[in-house]
Write a protein that binds this ligand. Structure first.
Ligand SMILES: [Zn+2]
Ligand SMILES: [Zn+2]
Length: 174
């Protein structure tokens, strides 16, 4: 996919946010650290509630039945978000664009950067790359970045491996 490193990072963040919605402040803090969300000093209960709501809203975008619905859902999310593009260099990262507004809350920060990244996926005509794992017992979402859009599992090492083993056993029984 012709996406910049920064976009790829934002897409990984939204996938993480949807698949592992923080259940408490500790998990929210861990998410901030894991995803290197810049400029967040501390998190509170309001952040937690807002981020949980945002996680659900992004999940809806990933599980849209078609492209039009995905567009509508993403536009609704973006319409609630203050967005101020700003070129920045920080913490040793190359020049890149931040989309969140000055003074943005954690949820606004994530909504802006992840929302714009998803908007680019849709603009590129790549809506179908927003997927849900094909393993029957897994509801994880992922962005298929494979060249031929062939990825079906959220993680080849876990779900992919498990399903291949199951298929192998089924063949042996047959
Ligand atoms: Zn940055
Ligand atoms: Zn999975």
């Amino acid at each position: 996919m012709p996406f910049s490193h920064d976009m790829v990072h934002s897409l990984a963040t939204v996938v993480d946010l949807v698949n592992s919605p923080p259940g408490d402040l500790e998990e929210l803090g861990a998410l901030v650290l894991r995803r290197q969300v810049s400029g967040v000093e501390f998190v509170n209960a309001t952040d937690l509630a807002e981020v949980q709501t945002l996680s659900a809203a992004f999940h809806e975008v990933f599980t849209s039945p078609d492209e039009d619905v995905a567009v509508t859902r993403l536009n609704t999310l973006l319409g609630r978000t203050r967005i101020t593009p700003s070129l920045t260099r920080h913490d040793g990262f190359a020049l890149h664009v931040h989309y969140f507004a000055p003074g943005a809350s954690l949820a606004e920060h994530l909504a802006a950067d992840c929302g714009v990244a998803l908007a680019h996926v849709l603009v590129e005509g790549e809506w179908e790359r927003l997927r849900t794992c094909s393993a029957p017992d897994c509801a994880n979402v992922f962005v298929d970045e494979s060249r031929n859009r062939s990825r079906v599992y959220c993680d080849s090492r876990t779900c992919g491996n498990r399903m291949h083993v199951a298929a192998y056993r089924a063949r042996r029984r047959a």
